[in-house]
Design a protein around this ligand. Structure first.
Ligand SMILES: NC(=O)c1ccc[n+]([C@@H]2O[C@H](COP(=O)([O-])OP(=O)(O)OC[C@H]3O[C@@H](n4cnc5c(N)ncnc54)[C@H](OP(=O)(O)O)[C@@H]3O)[C@@H](O)[C@H]2O)c1
Length: 272
């Protein structure tokens, strides 16, 4: 399934909006097919310089454009107030793709009309280096071809998966949406623990960072599941086993991660 034909209107050229834009351009979408609405003048100039697209401060500048796709990448807090002009810009066949956390298909249908193809997606920040993962969920009237277009837009920045039960997006948000932050924290914790064992701070950070990067790459390239890769570095009676006895204890890492993800999923439900 390929990228949708233009024109595509990107609403919000912030961190995630720009990551998507970079992915689309790298995947062959013409700059002349992309219009960006971004209120911040410096960001607009940067987007134009880096991606060779047209960027304007308000939707009004694109009146008369009939976008085939509208991608919403504004913060959830401003979404409802910002959407009024876009309903008029699009038509019944305009695909609306929103990456705004917590904004449900019902909310988007209330804004754009339940008769329009609407897809919600939850990407994550490794999208900025083309290594994200996005989970998508479509409303009832989105035909397979338009689902494919939404998927292609997110596949430009990493892997994709679909869910039919929208409520699962709370769990997705908790796991892969926030996941990069937990992994960065793991690097910080490893480095801090290494420093407390006497390593110089910069060496501890380098060891921690490179170990997480290398292990991630090994998990990606190896056909073995993570549990086997873990067992492969755990000699009976050895040093790693001593550490894992602590991490795998009843009050070890799993219950902590369970609590962390439950808190994130609960917060996601509250925000929605
Ligand atoms: N970052 C993540 O990890 C992540 C993961 C999954 C989903 N998301 C979702 O992605 C969306 C964007 O997040 P982000 O991290 O990219 O935020 P961001 O960097 O703050 O980007 C949002 C951009 O939208 C602009 N904007 C504000 N009001 C607008 C309007 N009325 N019309 C057009 N643009 C407007 C902002 O400009 P100003 O700065 O001038 O206000 C900003 O440049 C959010 O809804 C978030 O939930 C993010």
């Amino acid at each position: 399934m390929g990228l949708p034909a233009g024109p595509l209107l990107l609403v919000g050229g912030g961190k995630m909006g720009e990551a998507l834009l970079a992915g689309w351009r790298a995947a062959g979408m013409a700059g002349s097919d992309v219009f960006v609405v971004e209120p911040d003048a410096a960001r607009r100039a940067a987007l134009v310089a880096r991606h060779d697209v047209r960027a304007e401060a308000t939707a009004g500048a694109f009146a008369g454009t009939r976008p085939r796709t509208i991608v919403i990448a504004v913060k959830p807090q401003v979404l409802e107030a910002a959407m009024a002009p876009y309903r008029a810009l699009g038509g019944r066949d305009t695909l609306v793709l929103s990456i705004a956390a917590g904004k449900t298909l019902a909310t988007l249908e209330a804004l754009f009309g339940a008769d329009r193809p609407i897809v919600r997606a939850m990407p994550n920040t490794p999208a900025a280096v083309g290594r994200g993962i996005s989970v998508l969920c479509a409303n009832a009237v989105t035909p397979p071809a338009r689902r494919g277009e939404a998927e292609a837009l997110l596949a430009a920045v990493g892997e994709t998966a679909w869910i039919e039960d929208e409520a699962l997006l709370h769990a997705v948000t908790a796991l892969s949406g926030g996941g990069p932050a937990y992994v960065f924290l793991l690097i910080e914790c490893l480095a801090a623990a290494g420093t407390r064992l006497g390593l110089p701070e910069d060496l501890a950070l380098r060891l921690a960072r490179t170990t997480v990067i290398g292990s991630g790459e090994l998990a990606r390239l190896s056909p073995e599941p993570p549990a086997t890769l873990r067992q492969n570095v755990t000699s009976p009676g050895g040093t790693t086993q001593a550490a894992l006895a602590v991490l795998l204890a009843a009050d070890g890492l799993q219950p902590l991660v369970d609590r962390a993800l439950a808190a994130a999923a609960q917060r996601s439900r509250e925000l929605a």
